[in-house]
Design a protein around this ligand. Structure first.
Ligand code: HQG
Length: 191
């Protein structure tokens, strides 16, 4: 269990997210302490330093992807995107850039080339504005394959997009006709 897991399984540490995905920082601190100090806690959890507000703020600030947002009054925290539970993050619909990128593994291509991109266990398909980010995302799953999404044509055809606080473009699904493989030389990949 890490701080980022609370967007997937908040119940496992006994906290509830509101309908917009917010958790109380104080409640989160209490819940993490409770879980870390129980008899059955994993070694990793037992080694957790005492969780204070400063620790939470440091995690938020250090997140490579600015994965978390704090409410303006600093009392609530939520993940910017990537939930697997039902939340309404309230991001406005926006016109996307002409082209967006999605990183996946080559092993998914046979399925994606017919079914298109679907959200799997998340709320939305995640898209990046640059191929390097997509390559990193894809490499989490295997040998990376970067797909180019014809976002301008999707938008013209009535598909909607939104942009998370941390710069991830989100859309419900991408039918295969809007997808093309990025030629590797275009983004300098050696693999
Ligand atoms: C694939 C991380 C077969 C999809 C990252 C992906 C990202 C299909 C996998 C964020 C498919 C789902 C999201 C189809 C989609 N057939 N495979 N029809 N449609 N897929 O992890 O985009 O660290 O749920 O290509 O940085 O990899 O969590 O999504 O390979 O922004 O904040 O199914 O997760 O951010 O995998 O990653 P994921 P993702 P966080």
């Amino acid at each position: 269990m890490s701080l980022e897991d609370f967007r997937h399984e908040p119940d496992t540490i006994g906290i509830r997210l509101d309908s917009q995905g917010w958790a109380s920082v104080d409640e989160l601190i209490r819940a993490l302490e409770r879980v870390a100090r129980t008899a059955g806690a994993s070694k990793r959890l037992r080694r957790l330093p005492v969780v204070t507000r400063d620790v939470i703020l440091a995690v938020v600030a250090a997140s490579d992807k600015q994965r978390f947002s704090l409410s303006l009054d600093g009392k609530r925290i939520r993940a910017a995107q990537g939930h697997s539970i039902e939340v309404d993050l309230g991001y406005a619909e926006l016109e996307p850039p002409t082209v967006l990128y999605h990183g996946t593994a080559w092993s998914n291509w046979a399925s994606i080339s017919t079914a298109g991109l679907t959200p799997q266990s998340r709320h939305a398909v995640h898209l990046s504005t640059d191929a390097d980010t997509a390559t990193r995302v894809g490499a989490r799953h295997g040998r990376p394959l970067v797909l180019v999404v014809d976002a301008a044509r999707m938008h013209a055809d009535g598909y909607t997009f939104s942009l998370s606080n941390n710069g991830v473009w989100l859309t419900k699904a991408v039918p295969a006709i809007y997808l093309a493989q990025l030629l590797q030389r275009e983004h300098g990949s050696e693999s």
